[in-house]
Every structure is written in structure tokens, then in C-alpha cells.
Design a binder for this molecule. Structure first.
Ligand code: GLN
Length: 500
């Protein structure tokens, strides 16, 4: 029977066979949200009426025999960084409180056109700056596996919603790891497509040379279905790639890696990773070998500089992108009582509207870009970026895909790293190189760490616009793990009522 525990692919088949209506399926998810989201805080806005209206429209079209897209009628949660017409969009910041965009982002428009039912907008670190959702101006999101832990970030709300069976699908954005890291920490699949593969029109900009929109789901096939629904060229995004979308659904179904060369990145294995994380990665490698893949070791010596370079490039671009929040055009305005000039109002608004981490990055980025320092900081960071890309080019000359852990540890405690920015930044040590090079990567759940029983993610990376390769490897490994375990790690809704 189709219910909130089903895969999106099964929901889609049941809808097509008219075994369930989209209104029924949407209501089941809205009920689930109503019963558990008080504990999870995955959603910043729940659009009960809008979702049911969309679902009803799809049911009518189906009843009329209209040809529908593969995911028509299936519900989704959308990160609150994507503009949706008439629906509050905050990017997790006070400065955008109350803003209702007058237009849809391209991804939201594509979801609507495909008949995917938008349940609401999900919590996130302010302006996508963070790795735990603790930087949200609207309270942190709790990890459904253990409510005392973070779900990761910045797309923590989207990941937690999928892991808590509040939605079968979700949209996130990934600038340095914000899809892959929360997917790993919540035991779901998350993909950062190749840079430029999914339109960013209508997505609040953080670091424009790195930002990418991507899918979350509980299975590789579901992730692929969503990937194909949102990807493709968009003339309204100047960085959008004008090329055919890789056939990721076919790749996810292929279940065969015979003859593929899989590169294990030396610098992202061994010490520095939690024992339970390394153990699950080693088992995955054995399963891939048993499935016919060949393992090669590759070295990426410049990855050790990637994190430092990222924390110059991302804040620099953010300091420029966030200049638009000037209290004049939209969003919050503070101190406009007639006694102050425009600059004073801007400054009071930015002081009140931005959180601590956002201010830290604006200051850092402005400094790095200032004349006299530009070459020493931003210029050097761009050179490191070229070296990281060369490391990937050399590695892909030896292997079809590369693998590593997604994160050094499993989900950490809320509060554990929130007062130590560098410790927080280190959560993305393995994911950042992918963004620096503009390639794509997947986070696949590969089991639970022995020491804490929490999910572990394997990262699978492929060259630019070869995203189908990590779906092929991910789908094969997922099937091998399933037959080993007998059931997925997230086989039923966690009983949130009995959690601490
Ligand atoms: N944690 C990283 C940062 O804070 C990455 C965030 C992201 O991918 N949006 O910048």
C-alpha cells in the first residue's frame, strides 16, 4: 500500500494506476508534518492550502486522461532559498522576513510544470552559510535520528524533512557541501549536480561561482527522477550549461559497474575520519569490487588547501551578493522614523537583520577584496582553485569516478561546534573540492557507524556533465547494500515520540 514510507517512484506508479490520489498522498504528508515537525523544525512555512490545491489540479488532469510528467502528484519540500511566487522566502534570515517573491525561481516553475506538489519551504542556515542549520534566524532543525543532534546544513531542513518522512523529495543548494553533508548526516541520498546543470534563476545568491541547486530523496532512483525534472538549460541564468541533461534515471536503473574504474582519494581517507565512517566506506569498496569494479588509488595533493581557499572565495562573493540587502528595495527596514539618513537606516537594518556568521563573512570578504589585499587573498585562492581542478583532471585520467567519505564524522550534537567557526568549517573538508572544480557529486547512505548507530555517507564524484556515472555507481551499491541488510537503513518512519 502506498503511504509516506513508499519511494517517490512507487508513489508515482500508484498515482498513475489511480490506486491513490495526489490529494490523499499530499494529505498524508501534511498530517505527518503536523504530527512531527514540532520536534524537527524542518519547515519554515507549510503551504497546506496551496499544496492541496496543486494536488487537486493534478488529480483532475489525470482524470481527464492528460499526459503527465513522471513525478506528477508526488509531494516535495523546497529549501527556503528558492523564490516561490506569493510564498514567504527568507533564506533563513531576518532581513528577508515577510518577503513574498513576485515570481517563481526556474526550479520552482519546473516543479510546478511537472505537477510536483510543493508542501512548503524548509529551514536552512542563514543565506546557506553553515553546516548545521544552527545559523538559521528561525531556530535550528533537529536530526530525526537523534533530536539532540544537528541534521547538518545548510540544507538541513530539506534533509531532515525527507529523513523524517515528511516529504519523499526535497530541493537543496550546495555551495561547499550543503546538500551532500546533510544527506550523509540524515541517511538519505543527496546530489550536487555539475555546476551550471540546474538553473539558479530565482535562487538567493550566496557564492555565485560555487552555488548549485540539487535533489534529495531516500533512494538513488528517486533522486534521479527529481534531478531530471529540475535540470536543463535556462537562458535566464548566464552560467547555465546549454547541453543535453545526462541520462541519470537510466543510469540509476543500470545496476552494473563491471569494468568501471573507481578511484579512492588518498588524501580523503584514513586518519582524520571517525572509525565507524572509515569502516563503512571500506565495506562499500569491497561491495563495488564484488560487483566487478576495479579500485585504483589516486592522489590529490592540493586538496589540503581547498578549505582555506573556499573560505576566501565564498565570503568574498557573499560580501558582494549581500550588498543588495540595503533596506531600500525589499525586506526588513529598521530605524526609518524620519530622523535618520539613508545610510544610517541601511546600517541599522543590516545590523539588526544579519546574524553573526553572515556578518563575519561580509567583513572577511570585504577585507579580502579590498585594494592592496586582493592579489594576496582572493587572487591566491583562485590559483588554488585551478590546482584543485588539475588534481581532479589527473585523477579522472585514471578513474571513471572518485570516492571518499562525505564527512569526517557522523551527526554532531547541537551546540558542539556552534561557537567554533573553524571546527564547523572542517565539516566540509571532503565536499568543498567538488564545488571548487565545478564537478558533480553524490552522497549515498552506506550504513550506520558502530560507535553511535548514526548514518554514514559515501561521496561519489564524476567529471563535468558526467553526472550519470555517480548515479550508476550509487544505484549499484545501493542494491548491493540492500541485499546485504535486507532493508534500507530508513525503512520506516523513526518513532520520534520515543526519542530523547
Ligand atoms: N558549510 C559551507 C559554508 O558554510 C557550505 C555551505 C553551502 O554549501 N551552502 O559555506
Amino acid at each position: 500500500m502506498t503511504n509516506i514510507h513508499s519511494t517517490a517512484a512507487d508513489m508515482a506508479s500508484a498515482l498513475a494506476a489511480k490506486e491513490i490520489s495526489s490529494v490523499e498522498l499530499t494529505q498524508q504528508h501534511l498530517d505527518r508534518i503536523a504530527s512531527v515537525d514540532g520536534k524537527i523544525n524542518a519547515f519554515l512555512h507549510i503551504d497546506n492550502a496551496g499544496a492541496l490545491e496543486q494536488a487537486e489540479a493534478i488529480d483532475k488532469k489525470r482524470a481527464n486522461g492528460e499526459k503527465l510528467s513522471p513525478l506528477a502528484g508526488v509531494p516535495i519540500a523546497v529549501k527556503d532559498i528558492l523564490a516561490q511566487k506569493g510564498i514567504p522566502t527568507t533564506a533563513g534570515s531576518k532581513i528577508l522576513e515577510g518577503w513574498r517573491p513576485p515570481y517563481d525561481s526556474t526550479v520552482v516553475a519546473k516543479l510546478k510544470a511537472a505537477g510536483v506538489v510543493i508542501l512548503g519551504k524548509t529551514n536552512m542556515d542563514e543565506f546557506a552559510m553553515g553546516s548545521s542549520t544552527e545559523n538559521s534566524a528561525y531556530g535550528t532543525t533537529q536530526n530525526p535520528w537523534d533530536l539532540t543532534r544537528t541534521p547538518g546544513g545548510s540544507s538541513g531542513g530539506s534533509a531532515a524533512a525527507v529523513a523524517a518522512f515528511e516529504a519523499p523529495l526535497a530541493i537543496g543548494t550546495d555551495t561547499g557541501g550543503s546538500i551532500r553533508q546533510p544527506a550523509a548526516l540524515t541517511g538519505i541520498v543527496g546530489v550536487k549536480p555539475t555546476y551550471g546543470a540546474v538553473s539558479r534563476y530565482g535562487v538567493v545568491a550566496y557564492s555565485s561561482s560555487l552555488d548549485q541547486v540539487g535533489p534529495f530523496a531516500r533512494t538513488v532512483l528517486d533522486t534521479a527522477l527529481l534531478h531530471e525534472a529540475i535540470a536543463g538549460h535556462d537562458e535566464r541564468d548566464s552560467t547555465s550549461i546549454n547541453a543535453p541533461v545526462p541520462q541519470v534515471v537510466a543510469a540509476a536503473k543500470r545496476l552494473d559497474v563491471k569494468g568501471m574504474k573507481i578511484g579512492v582519494i588518498k588524501e580523503l581517507s584514513g586518519s582524520g575520519f571517525q572509525a565507524g565512517v572509515s569502516a563503512r566506506i571500506a565495506e562499500s569498496i569491497e561491495l563495488l569490487v564484488a560487483a566487478g569494479a576495479e579500485i585504483v588509488e589516486v592522489s590529490c595533493p592540493n586538496f589540503e588547501y581547498a578549505l582555506a581557499a573556499y573560505y576566501l572565495i565564498a565570503p568574498s562573493e557573499a560580501s558582494s551578493n549581500l550588498a543588495r540587502f540595503d533596506s531600500m528595495r525589499y525586506g526588513l527596514r529598521v530605524g526609518d522614523d524620519g530622523s535618520r539618513g539613508a545610510e544610517e537606516v541601511m546600517s541599522a537594518t543590516r545590523e539588526a537583520g544579519f546574524g553573526k556568521e553572515v556578518k563575519r563573512r561580509i567583513i572577511l570578504g570585504t577585507y579580502a577584496l579590498s585594494s592592496g589585499y586582493y592579489d594576496a587573498y582572493y587572487g591566491s585562492a583562485q590559483k588554488v582553485r585551478t590546482l584543485v581542478k588539475q588534481d581532479f583532471d589527473n585523477a579522472f585520467a585514471k578513474a571513471d569516478v572518485l570516492i571518499s567519505p562525505v564527512t569526517p564524522t557522523t551527526a554532531f550534537k547541537i551546540g558542539e561546534k556552534s561557537n567554533d567557526p573553524v571546527a564547523m568549517y572542517l565539516s566540509d573538508i571532503a565536499t568543498i573540492p567538488v564545488n571548487m572544480a565545478g564537478i558533480g557529486g553524490m552522497s549515498l547512505p552506506v550504513g550506520l557507524a558502530d560507535e553511535d548507530g548514526l548514518p554514514v555517507g559515501l561521496q561519489i564524484m564524476a567529471p563535468v556533465m558526467q553526472d550519470d556515472r555517480f548515479y550508476r555507481v550509487g544505484g549499484t551499491l545501493e542494491a548491493a547494500l540492500l541485499s546485504k541488510w535486507g532493508q534500507p537503513i530508513l525503512s520506516e518512519a523513526p518513532d520520534l515520540a520515543v526519542q530523547k
